[in-house]
Design a protein around this ligand. Structure first.
Ligand SMILES: [Zn+2]
Ligand SMILES: [Zn+2]
Length: 554
């Protein structure tokens, strides 16, 4: 409720103040690091959303703020992810940008995995300044820092040694990776924080044998059998061990704020070590905190084609972009997030729609309203919305009942939006596409609605007098007001009419009981189930002729 609970506003305030203290007159920098070593998952999106929300909050406040996304694309390929050809094992040990694209569509392995994330970020309104570590390292941008690290290797090695036994495992996907064996090997005396990529085989199975502090010439051997050097280090491909690389970049990019997954903040983790190393490079430890995990639920696709943990693109297929932003923005960083792909999706949309209405009517509390603003737009402006946001569950029903037939969908959506019917399906996009993708991807075929092809003659022949009367009231009265409202009133009203009550009579326990039995009869006759999509929607989907053919006794 109170502003104190608003972690985005609070962190943005700290970033502004800290940026001003460290580098007066300069825009502060928020940083994210992503490894394009394989598909970038929804969990990794938190690495981007946390700094994005903070940087964007600073900008909303009228001050500039930089958000950099460092691609750790100069890391070695450590393993071939599941589902990719085993032949790629040949490239293990080479930089991700030196491995071919398994699908031959992008310049290399790293670019193949960057492309879908870039696309998702654009859709989410997350604007970042991309930094390719391949580009930085191979252009010589870091040569001075590498020489410095090599000259101070004894000091760096001693610091790493102190934390060596407390070293924490590093998760896939975010933050620098690769060169980890360096951190574990014998350090201090024989330690070199730089690992070359072999000039002959391209792999990093190399061992530095000498470095001349005066001439900056390096010598190394490689598992492939060659011995190289002495060669000026500026001409040698390679990178700093990641626990050294990370603080070097904090200093180089003047990072003000950079969060990391909870596993990075334990004692002996990269933050603890980095805090001791960053002064060597003339920088300061960024403001930082840990964010918790992002889990998913019901995310296995029915088609089973893709497999693996869901990506931001998978989430954007079924959630409108502002909703995805909201799912990340509404939780404090220390809270875990679970993104549901199952039947809960409808509930999430309902919550979002309710929040939208509360904000519009001025009833939302300050924190919810601020979260809504951050979700529905950025400092650049609002994100696209569905002009006529029909409930997701209704659209999912329509998609389900029509099996995706666009002409049928348009007809139903028109009936649903009486008395101001939509002119075109574009008015219910992108939500309709999300609903269709959800039904196709995440609703089991057994749970989809199957309309009866033929009337249930046996059931129709066995109707009681009262059932027969109710069906007659429906088939004769339904076209008088063939709309969502008209059909809802009629369907709920028929048991009342049969009791001799007016159609507007308030429900009693007896009426409710009769309504339940009546609805079960309709589900049986229409879809051979005892439950299903909302009946008014179902009738609208079927159209009067089909309803009549299924509900009229022979
Ligand atoms: Zn590709
Ligand atoms: Zn080699």
């Amino acid at each position: 409720m109170a502003a104190a609970d608003d972690w985005v506003a609070r962190t943005a305030g700290l970033v502004r103040a800290e940026g001003e203290r460290r580098h007066p007159g300069e825009a502060p920098t928020c940083a994210s690091g992503i490894s394009p070593s394989g598909p970038v998952h929804l969990g990794n999106l938190r690495e981007l959303m946390v700094p994005h929300l903070v940087a964007d909050e600073v900008r909303r406040g009228g001050a500039p703020c930089r958000h950099i996304m460092s691609w750790d694309d100069y890391d070695r390929l450590r393993r071939v992810p599941a589902g990719f050809p085993a032949e790629f094992a040949e490239y293990i040990g080479r930089p991700l940008t030196a491995v071919p694209d398994p699908y031959h569509q992008h310049p290399n392995w790293a670019e193949h995995f960057k492309a879908p994330l870039r696309d998702s970020l654009a859709r989410l309104g997350v604007q970042v300044t991309e930094i390719s570590q391949t580009q930085m390292y191979t252009s010589g941008a870091y040569t001075a820092q590498i020489v410095l690290a090599m000259r101070r290797r004894a000091e760096i090695g001693a610091i790493l040694d102190r934390y060596r036994t407390k070293r924490a495992a590093k998760p896939e996907g975010t933050k620098p990776e690769g060169n980890e064996p360096d951190d574990d090997g014998p350090q201090a005396a024989g330690y070199y924080p730089f690992r070359p990529y072999c000039a002959v085989c391209g792999r990093d199975d190399t061992t530095v044998t000498a470095f001349d502090d005066e001439t900056t010439e390096i010598s190394y051997t490689c598992a492939c059998g060659v011995a190289i050097g002495p060669t000026p280090i500026a001409q040698v491909a390679g990178k700093l061990a990641w626990k050294v690389d990370w603080p070097m970049r904090w200093a180089y990019e003047r990072v003000t704020f950079e969060p990391a997954g909870v596993d990075h903040s334990s004692p002996g983790s990269s933050f603890t070590v980095g805090a001791e190393l960053v002064p060597i490079f003339g920088g300061e430890l960024p403001l930082h905190f840990a964010y918790s995990f992002v889990g998913t639920k019901g995310s296995a696709k029915m088609s089973g084609s893709a497999g693996g943990a869901p990506t931001p693109a998978d989430a954007l297929e079924i959630f409108e972009a502002p909703l995805v932003r909201w799912l990340y923005a509404r939780r404090r960083p220390e809270q875990a997030i679970t993104l549901a792909f199952d039947a809960e999706v409808g509930r999430v949309y309902d919550e979002w729609d309710a929040l939208t209405r509360r904000v519009a009517s001025g009833e939302a509390d300050a924190t919810s309203a601020a979260t809504f603003a951050r979700a529905s737009g950025t400092s650049d402006g609002p994100l696209p919305v569905t002009p006529r946001p029909l409930p997701f569950r209704t659209l999912a029903s329509v998609a389900d009942i029509t099996a995706g037939d666009q002409a049928q969908i348009l007809r139903i959506v028109r009936d649903l939006t009486e008395p101001e019917p939509v002119a075109a399906l574009a008015e219910v996009q992108p939500r309709l596409d999300c609903a269709q993708a959800w039904v196709a991807g995440y609703v089991a075929p057994a749970d989809r609605t199957q309309i009866r092809a033929e009337p249930d003659l046996a059931r129709l022949a066995a109707l009681t007098e009262s059932e027969r009367g109710a069906l007659k009231l429906l088939t004769e009265g339904m076209t008088t007001d063939w709309s969502l409202h008209g059909l809802t009133t009629l369907l709920y009203g028929i048991p009342k009419l049969q009791l001799g009550l007016p159609i507007t009579a308030p429900p009693t326990p007896e009426i409710k009981e009769l309504q339940r039995a009546w609805f079960i009869l309709l589900y049986q006759l229409l879809i051979d189930e005892v439950t299903g999509p909302r009946l008014p929607t179902l009738l609208l989907a079927l159209g009067p002729d089909r309803v009549r053919s299924l509900l009229t006794p022979p």
